[in-house]
Design a protein around this ligand. Structure first.
Ligand code: NAP
Length: 268
């Protein structure tokens, strides 16, 4: 059945691939991103997920035209790398506002329509960085942990109205995410943190660039869109990252931190 689907961050990476896949399979797909985009099957709308009022107008426009909103996919996101100690107020706000508040804004503006319909599906992009605190990606992890708590609570609040909430938790994938990452200059230039940050960033970038193809994730999201009873969480990662998620749930917190210290070589 044809669904009306809104997806944020549809100009690149997971968002673009997922939008193209869903549109090719007959759904009516609206893509929201800041860049101006054109596509014969995707209805692009220019917008910033941080702009709650602008978003509200776009969502109303979609609902007025289509008469329903079946699925919202909150995918827009970016990363800022650096030490937690040296992150500037602007870096922290940008990271939290795009990744977390962007997701909150979209949900708050779509939910009145979904509640009125008594159905709807929300899919929020978390990360395995939303399951474990990644060193030198700390505010990125914090933004994804925030999405985790928000999505779980939201799921419990709106289930009774026929609305489901799911989280997708990807491991490393090769998208434009790596090239778009902003890095803290203060951390780079610090004699203590600088060399460790550069080393750990090199490792992270290598893993992302050699990561899974975004098609894998687009296929998974399509399955969630089609699922009658979607799960709350979907980890989509390679075997090693899957194992780290399982380990995180099984072993004491301090042991897991020691593994992170060794893996990312965060000791001077
Ligand atoms: P990407 O290729 O860099 O795409 C990011 C998308 O987000 C772009 O379409 C960008 O479009 C959009 N965006 C960024 N800021 C925005 C804003 N303020 N308002 C509206 N749109 C905005 O990265 P990706 O890997 O596909 O990332 C998609 C999601 O997956 C993110 O939430 C990311 O955290 C998550 N994720 C990625 C990985 C990975 O390894 N790649 C792993 C785990 C989770 P414009 O620039 O045109 O606005």
């Amino acid at each position: 059945m044809n669904k009306v689907i809104i997806i944020t961050g549809a100009s690149s990476g997971f968002g673009k691939m997922t939008a193209e896949r869903l549109a090719a399979h007959g759904h009516t797909v609206y893509g929201i991103c800041r860049r101006e985009m054109r596509h014969d099957k995707i209805r692009y709308m220019q917008g910033d997920v941080r702009d709650a009022e602008g978003i509200a107008l776009k969502i109303k426009e979609i609902y007025d035209k289509e008469g329903k909103i079946d699925v919202l996919i909150n995918n827009a996101g970016m990363g800022i790398g650096g030490s937690l100690e040296m992150a500037t107020q602007e870096e922290i706000e940008t990271q939290m506002n795009v990744n977390f508040m962007g997701c909150v804004n979209m949900c708050q503006k779509v939910l009145p329509y979904m509640r009125k319909q008594r159905y709807g599906k929300i899919i929020n992009l978390s990360s395995i960085g939303g399951i474990m605190g990644l060193p030198y990606q700390g505010f990125y992890s914090a933004s994804k942990f925030a999405i985790e708590g928000f999505s779980e609570a939201l799921s419990a609040e709106v289930k009774g109205f026929g609305i489901t909430v799911s989280m997708v938790e990807p491991g490393d994938f090769a998208t434009n995410f790596t090239a778009s990452r902003k890095n803290s200059e203060a951390t780079m230039n610090d004699p203590d943190y600088g060399p460790i940050f550069k080393r750990s960033l090199g490792l992270i970038e290598k893993e992302e660039n050699g990561g899974l193809k975004p098609e894998v994730l687009a296929r998974k999201i399509e399955k969630i869109v089609d699922a009658k009873h979607p799960r709350l969480r979907y980890v989509v990662a390679n075997l090693e990252q899957w194992f780290s998620v399982v380990l995180k749930r099984l072993i004491p917190g301090n042991w897991f931190v020691n593994i992170l210290v060794d893996y990312y070589k965060t000791k001077p």
